[in-house]
Write a protein that binds this ligand. Sequence first.
Ligand SMILES: *Cc1c(COP(=O)(O)O)cnc(C)c1O
Length: 379
Amino acid sequence: MRKNRIWLSSPHMGGSEQRYIQEAFDSNWIAPVGTNIANFEQDLETYLGSGHVAALNSGTAAIHLGLILLGVQAGDTVICQSMTFAASANPILYQGATPIFIDSEPETWNLCPIALEEAIITSIGNGKKPKAILTVHLYGVPYKIDEVRIIADKYSIPILEDSAEALGSSYKGQKCGTFGDVGVFSFNGSKIITTSGGGAIVTNSKKLKDRAIFLATQAKDNAPYYQHSEIGYNYRMSNICAGIGRGQMEVLENHIVLRRKMHAFYIALFKDIEGVTIFTVLNSNYFSNYWLSTILINPLETNGITSEDLRLAFAEENIESRPLWKPMHLQPIFHNYPYYGATIAETLFNTGLCLPSSSNLTQEDCDAIKSVVLKLFKK
Ligand SMILES: *Cc1c(COP(=O)(O)O)cnc(C)c1O
């Protein structure tokens, strides 16, 4: 077995991160306050081309604050894509609201517009219009943005866009994270850029951004003593983490190129292997950062080889791979909540695999991955 583990998605420093951290030390702003935070937010706003960004200490915190900004309260319902990471859905429960889960469609693996509208119509029929629609760009692939927006507008329901996996992805030239009424990013260690842990919320006005920061810093009233008229949170990003973020923004474009190279590597690798499909964007309107490269394996076409067989073969060589996200409506914690759709997400989960996709994989790493695949699928 190889000594050095090949990771699914590992941090990849660019080199200037420590310089920005040093700036924080030199000014003694070792706090969730300081110039790195404002600069990192500015870098993100420039990159996105629109929107007002507030840096927070996690993507999960950003989703929670997003729900609060959209007015989600105890007793409300929130529509949520089922095929996602639990961090998309957990904040709905933090608010005491009820999630309504929606199946995927097979083309982008994201929110199915047909099941979405069915859920909305049924909810309204039951006298309760959902308060928000939580969308996800799974593995960096944009969801059906136009279709979902038309439905959201038809029923006047705001969109909370979980773009945690899609920094750098775009649709018709517009950056993901700027399509929702509120957008969210994550800078956790596994994401395309990292601040070790962190997140951001994207709003469409300076006023909403200021409101997010107010809530994220304990909701202190304007008074010489600590006075609070609202529930506050401790969700602001630290100035040290923001320093890492500034350095990472300098290499974001390169990370996208490198992740997309891994995707191209897998297309070439599986080209002549029947029964394996690489998850790829539908057409040129969609641009994916390919945060993770993922595949589906149909054992009926591979002489019985399954995605689990490939996962185990990788594991034997100290190479990390992982099944796709287990849909929320199949999770023990969520299975009692309403679900609309069929079995697309469930089938994806049963037949899919995430492959090593880090931007810092070497030629040697790729050769090791290739040899496991060729050995398993040898004719
Ligand atoms: C990573 C991720 C999150 C959570 O972000 P954290 O920064 O880890 O809290 C939320 N949603 C999705 C889809 C993610 O992949």
